[in-house]
Design a protein around this ligand. Structure first.
Ligand SMILES: [Zn+2]
Length: 160
């Protein structure tokens, strides 16, 4: 019953949007017309042309200065900078490995249901465990208890 209603709602979405804001559209239109009539006296075309030239010039200046900054930075990189970057990367990798080890160690063991001691059966993984497994470079296996509502995971290091 809710299906066709949803469909109809989708079809008339744009129309109802315009109907709902028709007053606002009229107001904006009147405002724009008023501004246009005022601006026309002040040779609107040359103003617009100047406006666009200023914007384009600004963009060109911005891009060229950005390019200058990047090339300046690249020429100033020294060996010590490279060593620093490598050390920072190494520390990030070490932290990652530590966290990975902790998570895997904590979830590697699940022989039976921890709440009732029943046998476990393997079930389809929740999609989030696929992502987590990818991030951890490990394989999640999800289980549910045969007797109660318990669901849990086990993490294996081997990817297959
Ligand atoms: Zn159980």
């Amino acid at each position: 019953m809710s299906e066709p209603r949803h469909h109809r709602h989708k079809d008339s979405k744009i129309r109802s949007f315009f109907r709902e804001f028709s007053f606002e559209f009229i107001v904006v239109g009147l405002f724009g017309l008023g501004v246009f009539l005022l601006m026309e006296k002040m040779s609107i075309k040359s103003y617009i042309a100047k406006f666009f030239v200023t914007i384009v010039n600004g963009i060109i200046k911005f891009v060229s200065s950005l390019f200058e900054i990047v090339t300046d930075y690249l020429t100033q990189i020294e060996t010590s900078d490279i060593v620093g970057i490598l050390l920072i990367c190494a520390s990030f990798i070490l932290v990652y490995l530590r966290i990975r080890f902790r998570i895997i160690q904590r979830n590697a063991y699940l022989p039976e249901c921890p709440s009732c001691g029943g046998d476990l059966r393997r079930i389809h993984r929740h999609p989030k465990y696929k992502i987590l497994g990818f991030l951890l470079m490990a394989r999640y296996k999800q289980f549910s208890c045969k007797k109660c509502e318990f669901e849990g995971i086990r993490i294996g290091v081997h990817t297959k």
